[in-house]
Design a protein around this ligand. Structure first.
Ligand code: SF4
Ligand code: SF4
Length: 438
């Protein structure tokens, strides 16, 4: 640690800023978080641990070290998986510390890289129409064979990113009505977050989630004017655009008069549950943001709370479950998805060793820190193989893409499902089972 501080003091980009983070002073340096931290487990270096990063941020806040590129690298090698928060007996909210520090220092890397990220966060993610055009172009790039021609010519890093690009489906989410009725007696009125890339990459999963909600007696509304949750912005120091996106969502959803706001992507749910914190100093939105956050529920959390209704048919399969970090650590939702899986007749759930450990996806981390991301993925895939399961369930789009890539590149050759997809299949199987015929 002292070596690291020495290098930071002598960095070539001195930039002292005052960081005002009360959570910094809650850490008692016990170290109980260290072995839960993926970067510390991989590198065994204190500055790549939660305790080390807290120490660095505190030193910066006290003006003892400079906020140079090296400081940024330590802060950004962190996956923001928040496993350290689950492990911490003092309740240190490391996520708040890292996000506040990142908002002060901005992203690392070249000027061009920072400009591209800034454009993506502020000019792309908040605008569904622009994202749709981009994905349309990428689909053409894949379908016309251009990708196969161009890929070998790309620089290594870009080639790696290109190889991770999933096949972009033509079919997009059908869930674009304003209101869909409950099937059977109405038990709740809920609003659904479409998400930014979910309708473009996983439209079928959005549709499956909505069908499952309807079958569970939910009237589902899709508030107009909703936008991306802003999670990637918050995680990458783009706080002002994240706040703007949060305000747009609050305006769109709070007028819908719903019992809950349902999210089927763990990272989005975690970010939306934090709007109260994000807008805590905004006099016009602080109260509304807290109210909004109190309504946000992960789809599994909500369904486990109201109890599954209707007939689930058999799915004869053995699956294992990967806890998305922002569901397990960010929202402390671990038992509910398992409970729902175990409710499916014929399905066998086999626990995976280290299911709560990050798969290396972490938003755009698998692009910005490909090496560490791949290292974590290479640890994850044998853990999946050891379960003997034919499929892995991971209710978060980033984890699904990462695990599909892992299955293809490292094996085992498992299917990767979203929990809502399996529930939807089980309901469909229930409908077509002999007991329901005639
Ligand atoms: S958020 Fe994850 S990677 Fe970052 S310090 Fe905590 S445990 Fe380590
Ligand atoms: S973050 Fe929590 S677990 Fe980690 S060293 Fe500080 S007090 Fe201990």
């Amino acid at each position: 640690m002292e070596d690291s501080l020495h290098n930071l003091r002598h960095g070539d980009q001195p930039k002292i800023a005052t960081l005002d983070i009360p959570e910094l002073y809650q850490c008692v340096h016990c170290g109980l978080c260290l072995n839960q931290c993926p970067t510390y487990r991989a590198l065994r270096l204190e500055p790549e641990s939660p305790r080390g990063r807290i120490h660095l941020v505190k030193a910066a806040a006290d003006g003892r070290i400079e906020l140079n590129e090296r400081f940024k690298e330590h802060l950004y090698l962190c996956l923001l998986c928040r496993a350290c928060e689950t492990a911490c007996p003092s309740g240190v909210q490391y996520g708040h510390i890292a996000e506040t520090a990142r908002a002060v220092i901005g992203p690392p890397g070249s000027k061009l890289g920072r400009i591209i990220l800034n454009l993506a966060f502020t000019q792309l993610l908040p605008f569904p129409g622009r994202l749709k055009i981009l994905f349309g172009v990428l689909r053409l790039y894949q379908r016309t064979g251009l990708q196969r021609l161009v890929q070998p010519l790309l620089p290594r890093k870009i080639r790696q990113m290109d190889a991770m690009l999933p096949a972009i489906p033509q079919r997009r989410s059908q869930a674009n009505a304003q209101v869909l009725s409950a099937i059977g007696p109405r038990r709740a009125r809920v609003a659904f977050l479409n998400g930014c890339v979910m309708p473009l990459l996983f439209g079928d999963i959005n549709d499956a989630t909505v069908r499952v909600l309807q079958r569970n007696g939910c009237e589902v509304v899709f508030p107009k004017g909703q936008t991306c949750c802003g999670a990637l912005n918050t995680h990458n120091g783009e706080t002002s655009s994240a706040k703007e996106m949060a305000r747009r969502n609050i305006d769109a959803f709070l007028t819908a008069g719903v019992d809950a706001i349902i999210v089927n992507a763990a990272g989005c749910g975690a970010a939306m549950k934090e709007y109260g914190h994000l807008l805590g100093d905004d006099p016009d939105y602080a109260d509304k943001a807290r109210r909004f956050s109190s309504l946000v529920k992960d789809a599994a959390e909500f369904l486990a709370q109201i109890g599954l209704a209707g007939k689930l048919g058999e799915l004869r399969m053995t699956v294992t479950y990967q806890d998305p970090c922002h569901l397990a650590h960010g929202q402390r939702v671990r038992s509910q998805p398992r409970q729902l899986l175990q409710a499916i007749p014929g399905l066998k759930l086999v626990e995976m060793n280290g299911s709560e450990r990050c798969c290396g996806s972490a938003g755009i981390y698998n692009i910005t820190h490909a090496e560490m991301s791949q290292q974590l993925l290479q640890e994850k895939m044998p853990a999946i193989a050891a379960t003997g399961a034919e499929a892995v369930v991971a209710p978060n789009p980033g984890c699904m893409l990462q695990l599909r890539y892992g299955a293809q590149k490292y094996g085992p050759n498992v299917e990767v499902y979203h929990l809502m997809d399996l529930l939807d299949r089980a309901y469909a199987s229930g409908e077509s089972s002999p007991a329901n015929e005639g």
